[in-house]
Unconditional design. Structure first.
Length: 318
């Protein structure tokens, strides 16, 4: 068996915090670790069989983005006044260890190398509390082993982890630039005649029309935001989709002259179950929030002057 490693790039977007108090569950897992309880019952192991071409650089980059998003993967633990505390770090470089799995996989049981990897204990003090190993069976076949300590995650959160890893990997692999003004205009054309008294237009101030994003997902974002704006406007009004950029970062604004969004609703606006359809808010905005987050972006809502609301999406430079 031969070995190599691909380092993921460090992120500096988030400040370090700590020491912070721990939950009851975290304290229980900490003390179990300190008395030597480090078996498989304290980890979540996942083995994924991958068939087809694999971009290892894109995988490492996707992992880095997932770690940046999920602070539990950047957290370590230690004692303060004999009590366990946690530190959330700005960065937590996690490498993808690569192995060649000579002889492939047997029909039953794990190869000794994989079993050894699976049973390696974690260091809660120094971290990281997740490891990822890539076993190459052939040029187009791999096994991806992900092992995470219970203190860093739970079963439900791992569904989110793999969803994010997949989205980031696909974006790295297929991230061809998209003509954003044309995408916006094509989306606006879908609403022609929907509300004869509401004018919908696109204005682009982009210095570079080509932006790296998922066009299908960003179209869903625009459809949902324009649909909300139409509901807010009622039978008459204006909707402006404004595109701009600065230092390579991209801003998408959808502004309307409708009813506006009350301040009391703004903190709840992107929650999955929130909707006030009669006022034109909350229609699909949880989906919008997730897609924007998958693009490492942010979204917020502000007042539009003199009337209405502005949804502002900011996407980082590619």
């Amino acid at each position: 068996m031969t070995t190599a490693s691909t380092e993921s790039t460090e992120s500096t977007a988030i400040a370090s915090r700590g020491p912070l108090r721990t939950s009851y569950g975290q304290r229980r897992l900490w003390f179990a670790d300190q008395i030597g309880q480090q078996g498989l019952e304290f980890v979540y192991p996942y083995a994924l069989r991958l068939r087809g071409p694999l971009d290892k650089v894109a995988l490492a980059a996707a992992l880095d983005l997932v770690v940046e998003r999920h602070e539990s993967l950047r957290t370590t633990y230690g004692l303060v006044d004999d009590e366990p505390h946690q530190w959330i770090h700005a960065t937590a470089p996690i490498k993808v260890d690569e192995y060649e799995l000579v002889g492939g996989l047997a029909a039953e049981g794990l190869p000794p190398a994989v079993q050894t990897d699976l049973e390696r204990p974690f260091d809660l003090v120094n971290g990281p509390l997740m490891r990822m190993s890539l076993y190459e069976i052939g040029e187009r076949e791999h096994v991806l082993l992900v092992v995470v300590h219970h203190i860093a995650t739970d079963g439900w959160s791992m569904d989110v982890f793999f969803r994010d890893l997949t989205a980031f990997y696909n974006a790295e692999v297929t991230g061809e630039p998209t003509d954003l003004p044309e995408l916006a205009r094509a989306t606006v054309r879908l609403f022609e005649g929907a509300r004869p008294g509401v004018a919908v237009r696109v204005e682009s101030r982009l210095r570079n029309d080509l932006v790296r994003l998922d066009p299908d997902q960003m179209k869903r974002v625009l459809v949902n935001l324009i649909d909300n704006a139409l509901e807010a406007c009622g039978e008459s009004g204006e909707i402006l989709v404004l595109l701009s950029d600065r230092d390579g970062a991209c801003t998408i604004e959808v502004a309307d002259t409708g009813r506006g969004v009350p301040a009391r609703d703004r903190d709840k606006l992107f929650l999955p179950d929130f909707t006030t359809k009669g006022r034109g808010t909350g229609l699909g905005l949880a989906i919008v929030y997730r897609i924007v987050a998958d693009h490492r972006g942010t979204i917020r809502v502000e007042d539009n002057r003199p009337r209405g609301a502005r949804f502002i999406i900011e996407l980082p430079a590619a």
